[in-house]
Design a protein around this ligand. Sequence first.
Ligand SMILES: Cc1cc2nc3c(=O)[nH]c(=O)nc-3n(C[C@H](O)[C@H](O)[C@H](O)COP(=O)(O)OP(=O)(O)OC[C@H]3O[C@@H](n4cnc5c(N)ncnc54)[C@H](O)[C@@H]3O)c2cc1C
Length: 492
Amino acid sequence: MIGAGIGGLTSAALLAKRGYQVKVFEQSMVPGGCASTFRRRGFTFDVGATQVAGLEPGGIHHQIFSELDLELPTAEHCDPACAVFLPGEVTPVNVWRDPNRWQTERQRQFPGSEPFWQKLNDLFSHSWQFQTRQPVLPPRNVWDSWQLTRALRPDTLLTVPYTFSTVGQLLKGYGLYKNQRLKTFLDLQLKLYSQVGADETALLYAATALGVSQAPQGLFHLQGSMQVLSNALVKAIKRFDGQVFLGHCVEQIQLENNCPRFVRIRQQKTDETWLETADHVVANVTVQNLTQLLGQQTPQGYQRRVDKLMPSSGAFVVYLGVEQAAIPEYCPPHLQFLYDYDGPIGENNSLFVSVSRPEDGRAPNGKATIVASSFTDVQAWQQCNNYEALKAEYEREAIAKLNQFFNLDPRHIIHAESATPRTFQHYTARHQGMVGGIGQRLSTFGPFGFATRTPIPKLWLVGDCVHPGEGTAGVSYAALTAVRQIEAMENR
Ligand SMILES: Cc1cc2nc3c(=O)[nH]c(=O)nc-3n(C[C@H](O)[C@H](O)[C@H](O)COP(=O)(O)OP(=O)(O)OC[C@H]3O[C@@H](n4cnc5c(N)ncnc54)[C@H](O)[C@@H]3O)c2cc1C
């Protein structure tokens, strides 16, 4: 197993439980990747992911934790899942968990849009049912195709005509495309889940991404920190006799007879390198990283596909440890701000913010954490002349924007620190510090995305670059798919 992100740990734990001998090599000293944490001055900061889907009964984390006989982490519902502030507005659009309350809210916020939302609901319901029957997408052999076929039902076919539609096209179909508030709200929310706005996001992906916020699904805020997820998975791996090696980087995958046979490991501390033999290699890395690990051995068609991908976003994240006085009363745990309507949604004009709750394990008594992220172009950080100055400027700007909602008087800020694509590249080894997987455009979502089954037999890709995309729930689903594929191959 290359990498101990949620994707790698989930695959490793499930394989170990099924009796496979598993070794996980993680280059960082902490497991969890983009869903890990770090501590400063009594505060615990979630590095990237802050909210979790799939903890409800039947949800993917719930399912996997039950299979591994792990206690489900303590968590609260995020309600609202997000409070979205559009430019110049002081009252947010609250994405409530209760479907009726959310319906009332959206009818009040976006009059005349209900038929559009009803269509999204219908698509979500059919797609969700389909997903619970565990299809393998995109299929790459007969077994995958069989799994896909047996997940189909007559209602799944109702989604097929929308396979090539975007959210923007559906808005046009309902005469809502020029509704600036609605379009902007969708752009903002979709960018979080799919990397791209309404014009580019595949409708079927969007229906799922937007639908999971409501009961009986919903988003959760973990007690303690995001680290509890990976810590529990590491515990399961060890309980089933698997091994996790932190501070060990995989530098190369070597093929023999077109199958992975060896991986070259480097112990970060001692610089010692050696070859480990493997029957299967599961790579919990970005698809770009995978081709780097294979080098010249990468099949040409695969390399061409990777080269043609549109660049993914990076994240600029500010981590603040503050006095509770900085937090307004009744502050929702997750907020999204757009600061102006000009230009595409992305760099510098929006922030996604997560705030700790009293006694949720992230801050000492009377204090709180604020984690705010924005999208950023990774190239700008790779090529900049004065990295420290650029980082300081971004941090200043982000704090100034946050100060419009929070009370960030300097006396209230106890700790401030930022992460850039370079930081993510260093700590998670992700290619150029890109995060959040591959944009869910028509050409790269679901049936047209990258598969867990690579063109090299016994080499598997898990994580947010493969179906069903990003988020801890998405990568867990990909991990389960890869494990089922390995099991099917071994039991043939
Ligand atoms: C700012 C931000 C906010 C987010 N918010 C949310 C959210 O609220 N909710 C949500 O569900 N998701 C969120 N996400 C997305 C989510 O964090 C990721 O999609 C998910 O955690 C990715 O998991 P992964 O297993 O695919 O990869 P990663 O987390 O990238 O893990 C890969 C691991 O592999 C290791 N590795 C890589 N290469 C090597 C190598 N060669 N040798 C050894 N080890 C290696 C890395 O160090 C890393 O630990 C957010 C992401 C970011 C960046």
